[in-house]
Design a protein around this ligand. Structure first.
Ligand code: PLP
Ligand code: LMR
Length: 401
């Protein structure tokens, strides 16, 4: 009965990781998937996570019962404060709620499902061009037509703010606009505060609904508050909005799938109704979310001392990435590699959008055992003092070919 099922293509980024792992070359370099690596090229278990996990598993009250449908209450409430700020008026007024989700992806998915059911006027979702590879699939699977707004100005290697604003102006009223809260994936280019104000203005004029995707809070600048500035500015402006929060990157809890959909409504009663519908959606989709990772994060974000330690460790990760940007830029300059490379130090967050062509990327994989996405995106965390020069030399050769 399934003879007509076509073979689906593999996911590009997970396929790239599999190819990297299968490559026996000893000096191979993995700049593919966005996962933090330490100076030795190894995954980093944050010391604050080790500490919190010991507290979780050492708790004599620990059991493995189901969590409530919307997850761990302490985690949800604290997660809302992490993104909106502890002093947010939306929190004080009781019109912000959080629903625990299967990481950032799950938050986007339940948010999309809710919007399809209850945002009747919105038929179209706008995502940036380019964007994270999964955005289109998530919103199409929820039944939306997905369009793109311009984002990347290839010539200027920066944000195409005019194109972006024009597209949002031309979009049908009440469209859903997916915005990267910080550290845009894949470009590493974020709007400035003034540009965010322009985006907010157009969203207001056209009654668009902002759906923020926040997968890198703390990663862009090292500061949780600074990286939440765009979301908080929209809330201060009076928007109703969603934020999909992921704790994969900023806690290094990738496989534990910890996230939260934070909802800001105009009134507490509306927030409660939305919350009840998110529970209904979650119940049918996954019944209830997993507990382990949420318990770890909850320990940290509800404790001032652990919170301070987490912020120092975020700065460690962000700082090492910044140092690698500088090291790569310096090596390329020393080699006299043709082209301009300033964007490598100007971009922020996990990724750099190098401007290398798909053919150049393929040559890097085939001839140099350097693994990166075909769009020229590199995960900066894959670089370290031991491999950054080799990578720069490989880029230099490929660019000159
Ligand atoms: N959104 C963006 C922009 C991402 O880069 C990612 C990747 O991690 C996610 C969402 C969701 O990731 P996760 O489901 O692991 O939290
Ligand atoms: C990436 O873009 O590499 C990460 O965000 C991982 C993923 O899920 O794609």
């Amino acid at each position: 009965i399934f003879r007509n099922v076509p073979l689906a293509p593999p996911d590009p980024i997970f396929h790239l990781t599999a190819n990297y792992k299968a490559d026996p070359f000893p000096d191979k370099i993995d700049l593919g998937i966005g996962a933090y690596r330490d100076e030795a090229g190894k995954p980093w278990i944050l010391p604050v996570v080790q500490k919190a996990e010991a507290l979780v598993v050492g708790d004599p009250q620990l059991d493995h019962e189901y969590l409530p449908i919307l997850g761990l209450k302490a985690f949800r409430d604290a997660s809302v404060r992490v993104i909106l700020g502890a002093d947010s008026p939306a929190v004080a007024e009781g019109r912000a709620v959080g629903a625990q989700s299967i990481s950032g992806t799950g938050a986007l998915r339940i948010g999309a499902e809710f919007l399809r059911r209850f945002r009747d006027a919105a038929t179209t979702v706008y995502i940036s061009n380019p964007t994270w590879g999964n955005h289109r699939a998530i919103f199409e699977d929820a039944g939306f037509a997905v369009q793109t707004y311009p984002y990347w100005d290839a010539a200027a290697r920066g944000l195409d703010i005019d194109g972006l604003l024009a597209a949002l102006r031309a979009a049908p009223q009440q469209s859903i606009i997916v915005l990267h809260a910080c550290a845009h994936n894949p470009t590493g280019v974020d709007p400035t505060a003034a540009q965010w104000r322009q985006i907010a203005e157009v969203c207001r004029e056209r009654a668009h609904f902002p759906f923020f995707d926040c997968a890198y809070q703390g990663f862009a600048s090292g500061s949780l508050d600074r990286d939440a500035a765009a979301v908080r500015a929209f809330v201060a402006d009076g928007f109703e909005l969603f934020v999909a929060q992921s704790y994969s990157k900023n806690f290094g809890l990738y496989g534990e799938r910890v996230g939260c959909l934070t909802v800001v409504a105009h009134e507490p009663a509306v927030a409660q109704h939305i919350e009840s519908q998110l529970a209904k959606i979650t119940r049918a989709m996954i019944s209830n979310p997993p507990s382990h990772g949420a318990r770890i994060v909850s320990r940290v974000i509800t404790d001032a001392g652990l919170m301070a330690q987490w912020q120092r460790e975020l700065e460690t990760m962000a700082g090492r990435i910044r140092a690698m940007r500088q090291a790569l830029f310096t090596h390329l300059q020393q080699l006299g590699t043709p082209g301009t490379w300033q964007h490598i130090v100007d971009q922020i967050g996990m990724f750099s959008y190098t401007g290398l062509s798909p053919a150049q990327c393929q040559t890097l994989i085939d001839q140099h055992h350097v693994y990166l996405s075909s769009n020229g995106r590199i995960s900066m965390a894959g670089l370290n003092e031991g491999n950054v020069e080799r990578f720069a030399r490989a880029v230099d050769q490929v660019v000159r070919q």
